[in-house]
Design a protein around this ligand. Structure first.
Ligand SMILES: O=C(O)c1cc(=O)[nH]c(=O)n1[C@@H]1O[C@H](COP(=O)(O)O)[C@@H](O)[C@H]1O
Length: 246
């Protein structure tokens, strides 16, 4: 697959395990992000840039990291009218990033697939945010539906539309795999090494269990970027992922 990423990089199927850890650079400035990336060194190969850093110089920093051979997940969680999503994705497709998120609404997913045509960009559909539980869905106006059911429904729609990968909690990874088939990425945030703070995450899973459940990529931000030693934190997570494949 293009851009150096494929489900075969999942340690389950024998790739470089470091490529399955996506480190979320949820920090306020490029300077801070650069310091963390330097400290992590070759323990980190794949970085996520989301709202906080993207709107504080993160797009330029993404290009800088790509120039250094790192892979970038641009986590913009797009959702707008179809034409706006399509043209936005077309612009992003020229940046050379590996992954881009959109919310898993059918119009939005179709527009994103059209916008990325002819590029190496992979679109990930965010199904139900990992900070949501069943009660949060009711509060947001959904008829009573479990997060797991809504994830499954949206994963099915994503597969029909031709989306490259699914973002879901690792609690749902096995069920999602059965829906999307063997070639789709399954990217799981809400990862917490045992003993670490859940914070605002509700559907959390340890790194080892996420790999055992079949995730191709794990997204981890605070447990690494807020650690006293980010490199040691990343290495410990990679080790736990590797042990889960043994
Ligand atoms: O799309 C995402 O990456 C994402 C989807 C989701 O459902 N939940 C979720 O936490 N994320 C992102 O994953 C990262 C998780 O951060 P930590 O909870 O600090 O590890 C954050 O940058 C979130 O924006």
């Amino acid at each position: 697959m293009s851009n150096g990423v494929s489900p075969s990089t999942n340690p389950v199927s024998g790739g470089d395990i470091r490529d399955s850890l996506i480190i979320g650079l949820d920090v306020p400035s490029v300077e801070e992000a650069r310091t963390i990336v330097t400290r992590i060194g070759d323990a980190g190969t794949f970085y996520k840039i989301g709202y906080q850093l993207a709107y504080a110089g993160g797009f330029e920093f993404a290009r800088e990291l790509i120039g250094q051979g790192k892979k970038i997940f641009l986590d913009l969680k797009l959702h707008d009218i179809g034409n706006t999503v399509e043209e936005g994705v077309r612009s992003i497709a020229r940046m050379g990033v590996t992954f881009l998120t959109v919310h898993a609404y059918p119009q939005t997913m179709r527009a994103a697939v059209t916008g990325k045509a002819g590029s190496n960009l992979k679109i990930l559909a965010v199904t139900v945010l990992t900070s949501y539980d069943d009660n949060d869905l009711v509060e947001a106006g959904y008829a009573p539906v479990s997060a797991a059911e809504l994830v499954a429904r949206r994963a099915g729609q994503a597969r029909e539309i031709g989306i490259d990968g699914i973002v879901c909690a690792a609690t749902e990874a096995e069920r999602v795999r059965a829906i999307v088939g063997p070639d789709s990425f399954i990217v799981t945030p809400g990862i917490r090494p045992s003993g670490s703070e859940a914070g605002d995450q509700k559907r959390i899973v340890t790194p080892g269990d996420a790999i055992r459940n079949g995730a191709t990529h794990l997204v981890v931000a605070r447990p690494i970027v807020k650690a006293a030693d980010p490199r040691a934190a990343a290495e410990a997570i990679v080790k736990e992922m590797g042990d889960a494949t043994a």
